[in-house]
Design a binder for this molecule. Sequence first.
Ligand code: SF4
Length: 356
Amino acid sequence: MSMKLGEPPVKTLRRTKPFIPDFVYFEPAALDYPRGQKIMDWVVSKNLPYKMTSSHNRITGLPGDNELQQYKNAKRTLVVGVRKTLKFEQSKPSAEYAIPISTGCMGHCHYCYLQTTLGAKPYIRVYVNTEDILGAAKQYIEERKPELTRFEAACTSDPVGIEHITGSLTDLINFMAKEEYGRLRFVTKFHHVDPFLKLNHNGHTRIRFSINSDYVIRQFEPATSRFEERIEAAGKVAKAGYPLGFIIAPIIWYDGWEEGYADLLQRLSIAMPKEPVKDLTFELIQHRFTKTAKATIEKRYPKTKLEMDIEKRKKKWGMYGQNKYVYPDEQQNALREFITERIFEHFPYARIDYFT
Ligand code: SF4
């Protein structure tokens, strides 16, 4: 079926439901914290099976006859633990530090870098010692002031997708609202933002939505909220006065990409409030992969249409000593120029933070 520019795709009535894990593990020490206890109460109220584990980093014996089944089951397993490492990783280019409240995600985006960075531990870990984590954040803020310190909460997970279980982002937003020199940001592919709408955020938290062309979302982003749901949620957070942003990532070169990305920006402009959104930002990230990622993705999503032909890519030195493969300069420039023009056509007041 062909689709004209600006015409929304055929809508289904399915609402993406909040995530409910199939199985939960608790570290005993997690139950010494109110958040751990609260999650336990929730697990019991939902009648979910659970057991205790000595460490959130050592979950073994996940069900499944083969690696692929175990991987799928791991993505439906929640592990509740205490974060011991309070040294924050850097998070360039979008923030100074990654603030660790969770690791892992129930989404099944084929291209997701967590598949390689989390290796054999794709289950979802959440950390209940929020006070300790915020204490460490406070120190980082103090060290850098009067420079602003930005913390990214979605480096190793999609925390919005599990907020109904943890409530951690709510605490972070409340904390950062009172920090003159601290800022919070996170990005999501989920639309479950209602817990944030009434908070007194003081403009110190930027909520960004990851968006993409209809083709990319349909082909490569199973188990996440639909585009329409994300945009509806974006309208709500803009109305609640949060600084708002969109991340178009990964930008993928495919047959029809121009039409796809033009259509994306057009549909976005139709769905967003008519008045200019204050301080609206875009971040643009082209698709990239490492050889390790390619091998993992081909194993976990054997039918994927994700193009990862090294011959068609440009090699770029990456962090952690692994080369990554991006698009050749000519394609990069075409993608950047075309999408930038479409953004300014519809959102002339927006700022593009970076293309990488
Ligand atoms: S929603 Fe984000 S974190 Fe989750 S699988 Fe997709 S890309 Fe990865």
